[in-house]
Ligand binder design. Structure first.
Ligand code: GLN
Length: 470
């Protein structure tokens, strides 16, 4: 249960005088303390957050009309997003002690609207993982059942909202890292169209997939944060000027929604996920929407395409961590070659090394055409097919994941099983389309939360958010 229903609820409380920004920050700091064992945060900026709160309380007292749109909202940021003067490590050893020289554009835009940043959240190293077990700071625990994973890679961000330690959280989503943990934790998680929010100041993993995403208790808060962070940025040429669509109020118009039967009625999908998704569909039909099964024969290609392309991009992006320019440098190195080899061997986790090796392999001469080029072609086919579906439908519906949050260790020994669990989320990143995880129910067997996912065509995030109630 969260203390405030939404950002506007929180702001109304401050405006009415029943609370103050300081009291709000104190409440969230108390929550962080109470839920410390969940390991959601790797650093809490308590003093700074309190100072910012006092500054905002003064600003409000002097002129209530002068405060920004995020006045009083308390936000956590994933340890992959830069905030000037603060440490950012991508939950790795290789960046231990590294302080950002500048802030991500998204962070700057939040601050310019009077947000309060409360801390940096735990995640899988460089965003690589689906359970948050792959972090130099240790795993994050799911607040719904501390013996289970929160999902990943933005597990700390999801739990920071789930455990009511902040109003909203920024995560990153390369293949589902916002939506899947949101689904596992029973909150809302949203990834915009590729390029809608600038990637400037986001530690790169797979640059043609990465997007900053938002976790919140209410879709209206997601819409507000998106509106503030989105738009062109001179530091990111993939963030273009998109004609802004009108913010729609709750849209009760009849919509056409497609789903792929094989993603639901499938033996390998948990019974709880099947029944929650089916009843969500029934609800849509009862509300008067047209919901149709549609053929999607490229499902088998999704995971290989995603993992060939993202590992290729990661192997190139992560070459900058060389022990020379910044981050960890091995104490045992006696020459240049050893500086590279030892620093990288000591600084990266097993999973990150696996991906760098895999990515280097698929890009190597002799294999490039067979893997990298082929995967680019498969990505194009997948995009084309998705575009074709959007010619007849407004949204595509999928489960968030084939199963509920598992127990620690269940998948971490088997990387392929871990990769396969991303099957329903990576589609949106391959196609570059916006997608949202909607809390939809609970698993009768384990009691764990289950989410469903809705995807829309590129740049249609306002439409999507309006549909789900923003
Ligand atoms: N689990 C996926 C991966 O490991 C997605 C990660 C992400 O979105 N950052 O690549």
């Amino acid at each position: 249960m969260s203390k405030f229903d939404s950002i506007s609820d929180l702001q109304a409380a401050v405006r009415s005088g029943s609370t103050s920004c300081r009291a709000i920050v104190e409440y969230y700091l108390g929550q962080i303390e109470k839920t410390k064992d969940l390991n959601a945060y790797v650093e809490v900026w308590a003093e700074e957050a309190l100072q910012q709160a006092d500054k905002l309380d003064r600003k409000f007292r002097e002129n209530p009309a002068s405060v920004g749109r995020l006045f009083g909202a308390v936000i956590s940021i994933k340890d992959l997003i830069c905030y000037a003067g603060h440490e950012v490590t991508g939950a790795s050893k290789i960046l231990k002690g590294f302080r950002s020289l500048y802030s991500a554009t998204a962070v700057e835009r939040l601050l310019s609207e009077d947000a309060i940043l409360i801390g940096r959240t735990n995640c899988d190293q460089f965003g690589m993982g689906s359970t948050n077990e792959n972090s130099a700071y240790g795993p994050v625990r799911n607040a719904a059942d501390p013996d289970r994973v929160p999902g990943g890679s933005s597990g700390g961000a999801a739990v920071s909202v789930q455990a009511d330690t902040c109003t909203a959280a920024l995560g990153t989503d390369t293949g589902g890292s916002v939506r899947q943990p949101a689904g596992f934790c029973g909150i809302w998680g949203f990834k915009p169209t590729y390029g809608r929010i600038s990637r400037h100041g986001l530690l790169a993993y797979g640059s043609s997939f990465d997007q900053i995403g938002i976790f919140a208790q209410k879709p209206a808060d997601i819409a507000l944060l998106l509106d503030i962070m989105q738009g062109p940025d001179e530091f990111d040429s993939t963030a273009p000027d998109v004609p802004k669509q009108e913010q729609k109020q709750h849209d009760s118009g009849r919509r056409r929604i497609a789903y792929f039967s094989q993603t639901i009625d499938n033996e390998s999908v948990d019974a709880g996920v099947r029944s929650v998704t089916r009843s969500y569909i029934d609800g849509l039909v009862q509300a008067g929407h047209q919901v149709d099964p549609v053929d999607f024969d490229l499902l088998d290609y999704i995971i290989p395409t995603y993992y060939v392309l993202t590992t290729a991009e990661a192997s190139s992006n992560l070459s900058r961590y060389d022990g020379i320019r910044y981050g960890h440098r091995s104490a045992g190195a006696r020459n240049l070659e050893e500086t590279y080899v030892l620093s990288r061997s000591e600084g990266f986790s097993e999973e990150v090394k696996r991906r760098i090796l895999l990515g280097t392999f698929v890009l190597s001469s002799g294999y490039y055409d067979a893997y990298y080029t082929k995967a680019q072609q498969a990505r194009r086919l997948i995009r084309n097919r998705i575009q074709e579906i959007f010619r007849g439908y407004d949204f595509i519906l999928l489960p968030v994941a084939p199963s509920v949050a598992g127990r620690f260790g269940e998948k971490s020994e088997d990387p392929v099983a871990m990769y396969l669990s991303d099957i329903y989320t990576v589609l949106a990143n391959l196609a570059g389309i916006p997608a949202i995880a909607v809390p939809a129910g609970k698993d009768p067997e384990t009691g764990m939360p289950i989410g469903v996912q809705l995807m829309a065509d590129v740049w249609k995030e306002e439409d999507l958010l309006g549909f789900v109630g923003a």
